[in-house]
Design a protein around this ligand. Sequence first.
Ligand SMILES: [Fe+2]
Ligand SMILES: [Fe+2]
Length: 457
Amino acid sequence: MLRVVPDRTTADALPAEASAKHLYYRLLQDASTVSTEARRYLETRLRATNEHSDELPEDPQALYEWSRACSAQVGRRYREYLDARRAGAPRRFFSCKSHALYFLRGVAPTKMVDGAWLYGLLPHWRDERFVPLVRTYLEELGEGRPEQNHVVLYRQLLDKQGCADWHDLDDEHYVQGAIQLALAAHAEEFLPELIGYNLGYEQLPLHLLITSYELNELGIDPYYFTLHITIDNAASGHAQKAVQSVLEVLPQGKAGAAFYQRIKAGVRLNELGASTLSVIGAFDLQRELVRVLQAKAQVGAELHSDYCCIGGLSVNEWLREPARIPAFLRCLEEEGWIHRGALSEESRFWRLIEGERAAMFGVFSGYERQLLRDWIMGGTPREPSFRARQKLMGETASRTAPTEMTETRLEDPACAAEALNSKELAATLMALMSPAQHHTPAGLAATRRFAHLLQQR
Ligand SMILES: [Fe+2]
Ligand SMILES: [Fe+2]
């Protein structure tokens, strides 16, 4: 896998107007209104990659070998990880369940636009050189089947784990998503960078294997991640298609060398912003719990009765001042509202939050309750893994029931007209297959129809 040297100072020095979060949502809303900003953003981000290094071969013809060698190395390192775990080593990534949920939430802006950069290549669907990447995009979209659409799957995972409230994440978390959407909006202009970005993104990383293993261990459905282990494989999957596309699009001679340098810059774009490893490494249970309580306090500061006094202050007085939250937690502990190190159910404070007729029922999301629980108990008690639980329940299907399929008729009336010629039809379908829409019933139906067109071209 790629090993690059991140340089945070370069990325941090970007001008304030280059807000990834702002651009991300604007690009999803209507990319045409932020075309100039998106171009500028990409240019700035590409300059930031100059400080990074990569391990791509100098000769592009060696890319297949490089990709397979990366994959084999990941396999060896994963074997070492499994051996260590079997010998009793603790989890490498997730200290507790809320740590895993923090990760799922932290990478949500990237996962919710999974595959977006390839959208910009759809207009080239009749050009054989681009077919492998168009196919990759369709596979990211599950070819229109909701149970295989990566964005649908990730959304379901977040919902099921009580992590759907991720929109308050800071700018760093939106960098990868903004890059992906900006590449989609400027595919023609940044074609080598887009192909390079895809090459870097689709290689199998070790963290994907470890993440899948540890999510399952913590009782969380790892399907979204295991799906990527298989679908991105270097023998026939997205990693292989990524290399194939580089070689097919690369011009001959001198132009080829310059094009390849731009491909490399595109590969390095993968290293900017928050990543799987940086998100996992940033977790601090106490700090995250305080952050959540401070955010809650903004809403709940005046909603409590003054009946109850803790450490000499009413609950409203504690919540009115966000800086008091750590002291509030200490007081709750000292005055016996919370018994740390014991089962959460033994804490009076916990019983206010969870259970029938709990006074604060519905105030905290699933993720927030898990944080508090892990904080009280000092970790997550060992429970059956996700797969073991599925087996116990005798179920083969592990995931939430897929979204209803919308068959044949697209919601857009323009598509219903069978008289459309294939060019017009393709254009209409493509509009519905944008990163903002492909996971909606209309988008899924359009994807199925487009996949059929691609087969018949
Ligand atoms: Fe994906
Ligand atoms: Fe992929």
